[in-house]
Design a protein around this ligand. Structure first.
Ligand code: TYM
Length: 324
C-alpha cells in the first residue's frame, strides 16, 4: 500500500503535528511504501522570508529523523523537488469548479481571521490534491483538519478521469490516527495560527511553563473532575502508558487531586518523550550534508513515480511535451 503525507514548514512542529500525523507516519514506515514530504510551496502562503523558509524546511526533515523516521524505508523529500506537482495542480484547476474551493472550511476560517485571501491560499486544495494524486497514493494519514482537503482530492481525481474518460488518477483514502484533534493550551485545536502550541523540541523550562499554563476549569482540589473534558487529560492520554492513563482517570473522578499535579506529570512525560531526543536532533542538525543526501534521494525516487503519472495525465488530456 502506498502511504503519502505532507507537513508544512510554516513554524516549529508541535504536539498536534506529532500526535495527529508524524507519529502515525513513523509507525506506518514498518509496513508500507511511504512518501512523506515537506510542503514548502504551500508554506509560501505564510512564510515570505527566504532565509526563514530554508531554515524551517530543514527543521521538518531534522525533526522527522530525530523522532525515528528511517530514511532507508521512507521517501522523505521537499515538495518543490518534484516540480511536476505544480503542473498537475494547474491541470486539476481546469476541471474543478470554483464552488468546490469556495466551500473549503480552512480557507473560510483563515479569511474570517483576517488573513489576506491570496490566490495561493484559495487554490491550496488544488496543490494538495496534486501532491496526493501524482504518486497514486492509496492512503493519506492526517489530522482531522485535513480531511476535507482529501475529500476534495477524491472529487478532483473523479473530475479528471470523467472528463478524459481515463483512469490516470487514483482515488485516495484518508487515514485518521488515534488523535485526530490534539488540543492546544487554550483547548482549541493546537495550531500555529492560534498560537496555542507546545513545540515538540521546546527547551525544558519554557515547555514546562507552557504545560503549566494549560487552561482547565476552576474546580478545587477536593472536587471530582471530568477527565473527558480536560485539556491536560487529553494530552496525558497521548503521552502516558494505558495503565497510567487509567490511574489518572480514577484520580480525576475520585477528587482529591489538583490539576497542577496532572500538569507536572505531563511535563515529566514530555521530557521523557521529547527531551530524550534533543541530543539525537542536535546530531542530525550538525550533519546538513547527510540530511540533504536523504532529501535528494527521496526526491529522486518520488519524482520517478510522478514523471510516469504525469506522462499518462498529459497523454489523456492532449498536452504534448517535446522529447528531450
Ligand atoms: P500542517 O502542516 O498544518 O499539519 C501537518 C499534519 O499535522 C496535523 N495536525 C494535527 N492533527 C491533530 N491535531 C492537531 N491539533 C493538529 N495540527 C496539525 C495535520 O492534520 C497534518 O496531518 N495541508 C497540509 C500539508 C499538506 C498535505 C499534502 C498533507 C500539503 N499537501 C498532501 C497530506 C497530503 C497541512 O497544512 O498540514
Amino acid at each position: 500500500m502506498r502511504v503519502l503525507s505532507g507537513i508544512q514548514p510554516s513554524g516549529k512542529l508541535h504536539l498536534g503535528n506529532f500526535y495527529g500525523a508524524m507519529r502515525e507516519h513513523i509507525r506506518l514506515q514498518e509496513q508500507h511504501d511511504c512518501f512523506y514530504f515537506i510542503a514548502n510551496y504551500h508554506s509560501l502562503n505564510t512564510i515570505q522570508d527566504a532565509e526563514r523558509l530554508r531554515g524551517l524546511t530543514a527543521d521538518v526533515a531534522i525533526d522527522y529523523l530525530a523522532m525515528g523516521l528511517d530514511p532507508k524505508r521512507v521517501k522523505l523529500f521537499r515538495q518543490s523537488d518534484v516540480p511536476e506537482v505544480t503542473e498537475l495542480a494547474w491541470i486539476l484547476a481546469t476541471v474543478t469548479g470554483k464552488g468546490l474551493l469556495e466551500r473549503a472550511t480552512s480557507y473560510k476560517d483563515k479569511v474570517a481571521r483576517g488573513i489576506a485571501a491570496s490566490m495561493g491560499l484559495f487554490s491550496y486544495p488544488l496543490l494538495m490534491a496534486a501532491d496526493i494524486l501524482i504518486y497514486r497514493s492509496d492512503r493519506v494519514p492526517v489530522g482531522k483538519d485535513q480531511l476535507q482537503h482529501i475529500e476534495m482530492a477524491q472529487d478532483m481525481a473523479a473530475y479528471f478521469n470523467n472528463t478524459y474518460k481515463c483512469e490516470a488518477l487514483k482515488r485516495p483514502e484518508p487515514m485518521l490516527g488515534e488523535a485526530p484533534i490534539v488540543p492546544g493550551v487554550d483547548g482549541q485545536k493546537m495550531s500555529k495560527s492560534y498560537g496555542n502550541m507546545i513545540d515538540i523540541f521546546g527547551e525544558e523550562k519554557p515547555a514546562r511553563k507552557r504545560i503549566m499554563s494549560i487552561v482547565t476549569d476552576s474546580k478545587g482540589v477536593d472536587e471530582p473532575k471530568d477527565p473527558d473534558t480536560c485539556n491536560v487529560f487529553a494530552l496525558l492520554k497521548l503521552m502516558a502508558e494505558p495503565a497510567e492513563v487509567a490511574e489518572w482517570r480514577d484520580r480525576y473522578t475520585a477528587g482529591g487531586m489538583g490539576y497542577g499535579e496532572a500538569k507536572k506529570r505531563l511535563a515529566e512525560l514530555y521530557e521523557e518523550r521529547f527531551g530524550s531526543r534533543r541530543a539525537i536532533r542536535a546530531d542530525w542538525a550538525a550533519r546538513p550534508d547527510d540530511v540533504e543526501d536523504i532529501l535528494r534521494e527521496g526526491a529522486r525516487q518520488a519524482r520517478a513515480v510522478a514523471i510516469d503519472v504525469m506522462a499518462e495525465v498529459r497523454a489523456a488530456c492532449g498536452i504534448v511535451k517535446a522529447s528531450t
